[in-house]
Design a protein around this ligand. Structure first.
Ligand code: AMP
Ligand code: ZN
Length: 135
C-alpha cells in the first residue's frame, strides 16, 4: 500500500509501534512476503525465518510482523507481543530439536550492540556449543 510522505515521516518519527510496514525496511518486506525468506514458523503476530548468513547449525530470526525499531520499543508497546515473540523463539528451538541441548536467544540492540537491521528481531542460535563472552 502506498504511503504519503507525511505518513512515512510520522512512522519514522514515532518512538513506539507501527501498525503497518515501513517502506525500505527489509524485515517488513519479509513479513509481507515482498522479499523471500525461508520461513520456519508463521504466527499471527510473529514470523520466524532462517538467517541468510547462519552463524550456527540453527540460526533463525524471529520478528514481530509490525515494525518496531528494536526490542526496547517492542517491550514498551506491551500487549504480550514480546512474550509471544520469545515463546515463538522457544517453539523454533523445539521444531529444530535443540530445546533439550540448549540454545541462545539474542537481541542485538543499537550500534554497539551490533544491530544492523532496525526492525526488532531475536536471533535463535543453536546446534553447537555457544561460547562466552560473545565477540
Ligand atoms: P542484526 O545484525 O542483529 O541486526 O541481525 C540482522 C541479521 O539479519 C543478520 O544476522 C543478517 O545475516 C540477517 N539478514 C540480513 N538480510 C537477510 C535476509 N534477506 N534474509 C534473512 N536474514 C537476513
Ligand atoms: Zn520493519
Amino acid at each position: 500500500m502506498p504511503h504519503s510522505p507525511c505518513e512515512v515521516l510520522q512512522q519514522k518519527a514515532a518512538p513506539g509501534h507501527y501498525d503497518r510496514d515501513v517502506p525500505d525496511c527489509l524485515f517488513c518486506a519479509i513479513a509481507t512476503g515482498d522479499i523471500p525468506a525461508t520461513i520456519v514458523l508463521d504466527g499471527k503476530r510473529t514470523l520466524a525465518f532462517r538467517d541468510i548468513s547462519p552463524q550456527a547449525p540453527t540460526h533463525v530470526l524471529v520478528i514481530p510482523r509490525d515494525h518496531y525499531p528494536d526490542v526496547a520499543a517492542l517491550a514498551e508497546a506491551g500487549g504480550g507481543l514480546l512474550d509471544e515473540l520469545v515463546g515463538q523463539a522457544h517453539q523454533v528451538a523445539v521444531a529444530e530439536g535443540i530445546d533439550g541441548s540448549g540454545y541462545r536467544v539474542v537481541f542485538n540492540t543499537g550500534r554497539e550492540g551490533g544491530q544492523t537491521v532496525a526492525h526488532a528481531h531475536a536471533h535463535v542460535l543453536g546446534g553447537r556449543s555457544m561460547t562466552w563472552p560473545p565477540g
